[in-house]
Each structure stands twice: as structure tokens, then as C-alpha cells.
Design a protein around this ligand. Sequence first.
Ligand code: URA
Length: 441
Amino acid sequence: MRATDIIEKKRDGLELSTEEIRWFIEGFTKGEIPDYQAAAWLMAVFLRGMSKRETLDLTLAMAESGEQLDLSEAIEYAVDKHSTGGVGDKVTLVVAPLVAAAGVPVAKMSGRGLGFSGGTIDKLESIAGYRVALSEDEIIRQVREHGIVLCGQTRTLAPADGALYALRDVTGTVPSLPLIASSIMSKKLASGAKAIVLDVKVGAGAFMKTVEKARALAQIMVDIGVGAGRAMVALLSDMNQPLGCAVGNALEVREAIEALRGGGPADLREHCLTVAAHMVRLGRRDTRPDAFQRTRDELASLLDSGAALAKFRELVQAQGGDVRQVDEPKRLPQARYQEPLYAEENGYAAEVNALKVAQATLELGAGRARKTDTIDPAVGVVVHKKVGDRVAKGDPLFTVHANDAERLARARVILAEAVTVSAEPQAPLPAFYDTIMAASA
Ligand code: URA
């Protein structure tokens, strides 16, 4: 086979065979196909798309390009979740211990944040001493002993995806549905899960701005999972406004701990219960018609009883973190300045723009514009009004947590544009727009 033939075939809109896709991805991973040919091929895929079969083949080839985590010796039927990335999305911090507290083991590898969406690993690193880099043996041992692991992705996990993503990033080929779907799913398949719950975000603070686009992406990922023999559920969830109230690493850990104590913002609790109920239901292979509702109620009681929080504490201890910060979250990193921003008029919150809140948070230093940027765990924004809330002049809309006065001032300017107040009452935003379930799920 020749790389040029495969590039030309895709350029001309023809369907690639399983062997051609495998050969191309293997050659690229071994360094035998140079970046310029891979970049041309990516652009051809971007412009011509991929069939369902091609997308599955690409995903499997990328998943098999490195080591695959075999959880079967520790977990008989592993469940996982993935969020396409959102603002204030601390769901994994709540859901993983909650699911584990229900007796369904969770060994989850998460990524770091890039751009406006934060990564679970960065959030966990705001806990002093928490080790995110675990070897495969450590993952297996810990999940056997504690039923829970939350760590970073090993470097050998789907290396073809890492290298292709780096090329996509600099060749204008990131926003392609088959490329996004195969990128996400290759890592999920290589992480060893048998059942996967996808949380596909929609709206101003998400990759996908409309429900239609999010649905299309979700369906492709569900099809890949089913094609690879996994049980799949995809939730389409709102990301027009931040999830919960806290945006910023330590602030989000604090809010996750509140939720694990049975408190925290109502939208966050609801969101976590929904994701966790699907994971537990799938993990138990419970297909009874009332399985979701029953599981959800059981999980609510695990939040309220402190069982989920105890599991989170056990996780932090197992990974070397300072559990005093879990017991007393005020010990987590705190910013020097904590300044409210007040409403200037009466009415109802019509928009709390997640993207603008994220931009303000980035400005404060909570995220990375470039992969090499370091993040400040203490800084961020706490949102006090959600869409539909009544607003009175002088009410705090946000509290800005900053370590630098100039950055604080710049963040305030961005946040001033993040909220729209209307004289008319506004309906709250829905938590979810739709659920896509594969027949087997
Ligand atoms: N996240 C991924 O892992 N890959 C993409 O292509 C986009 C988002």
C-alpha cells in the first residue's frame, strides 16, 4: 500500500477499506508515514467525512495503537464516563465515588484541561499530594482494594490519537465529527470499559453549540461503542451556563465535596445523580423498566448519608492526597482576593454565558491557553445567579477569586458582559435535552 493512494482515495470521496485505515494509522504511529501526509489525509477526512464503518475502523486502529488497559482481572464489567468538556464540570469528582459507593467499581483515566474547559486531573491536583500518574499495576491494585481510581491517562494510551490530535490542532481539522468521535472513543475503548456513559455538552460553553450538532456527535460515538461491543448511553446536557456555581480548580473540588455531603447546587446534584444512575444501572446490567429511577433514589441516599463522601476520602487517601483538605475544604488553596461583582438592575437572569465565565477564569490563571501553561489552583469564579433566578439591584452576581489585581480587573470586565438581566421572568434552562440509548443499554 502507498500513503498517497489512500490520501487520494479519500480526497476523491471514496470509502477506505478496513485494511487501508489500519495500515495508515499503524504506519503513522511507527513514524513511517510523515506528518505532512497524515495532515493531508486529515484534511481529506475533514472535507469528505467518513462512513459509520470507516469511523469504527479508525477508532479501533487508534485504540489498538498503544497499550490497552485490561481491567478484567480487577473488575468483571467496568463502567466509565466521558464528558465532552464544559465549564464548571466537576461531575467526575462526584460521580466516580458515588458509583463506587454503590458497589460498582470505577477505574477512570481523565485528561488535563486545554482552552476554556477544565480537566479533572487539574482539579484533583489542587489537593496537596494527590498522585495522578499511576502505573497500570497500581491502577489494578487500587481498584481491587478500594473500588475506585481517578488518574491521568498513561502515555501509551492510544498514542495515534495524541499524535493525530496535535496535527489536527495546527491544520484546522479539529471540528470534524468522525475525527472528534474517533479521538474520544479510541481512548475510552483503550481504557478497558465495557459500558460507557457519554455526557455530550451543548451550548455557549461547549464544543457543540446546537442540540442537532451534539446529537450527531453523540450518535456517532454511540455507534462506535456499539460496533465495538460496548453498552452505551449518551446524554445531551446544557452548557449554556456553567454547571453548578464554582468554576476554577480548588473551587470546584470544594463544590464537589459539598455535593458529596448531600448539599451543593441543585443542578449539579441532579446532573450527577443522572450520570451515576446510568453508570450503576449499566454496571449491574439492570434492564428492568424502573432501574434508572430506583438506582437514582438509592444514589441520592448515598449522597445524603455521607457514604459517597467517605469513598471520595478513601480515594484521596489511596492516591496520597491530604485528606484534611477533604474534611475541611477551607484548607484547599485559597486566592488572595475574593471580590463580588454586583447586579446593576432588577429583573431575571436571562443569560449567564458559560463561555464568558470560562474566559474570565482563564484570564485569572485557572486554565491553559497553551499546553505548557501552568495553572493556579486557587483562582476562579463563583456564579451566584443561574438563568431564571430573580435578580435585585445590588445582588452579587459573581465572586471573583484572584491572586493578581490586574488579572482581577480584566476578569471583571469580561464577567460584566456574561450576564443578561431581563425585566421579564425567564424559564430555567433544562439540565438535559435528550438521552440516546443503544438497544443493548
Ligand atoms: N476531545 C478529544 O479527546 N478529541 C477531540 O478531537 C476533541 C475533544
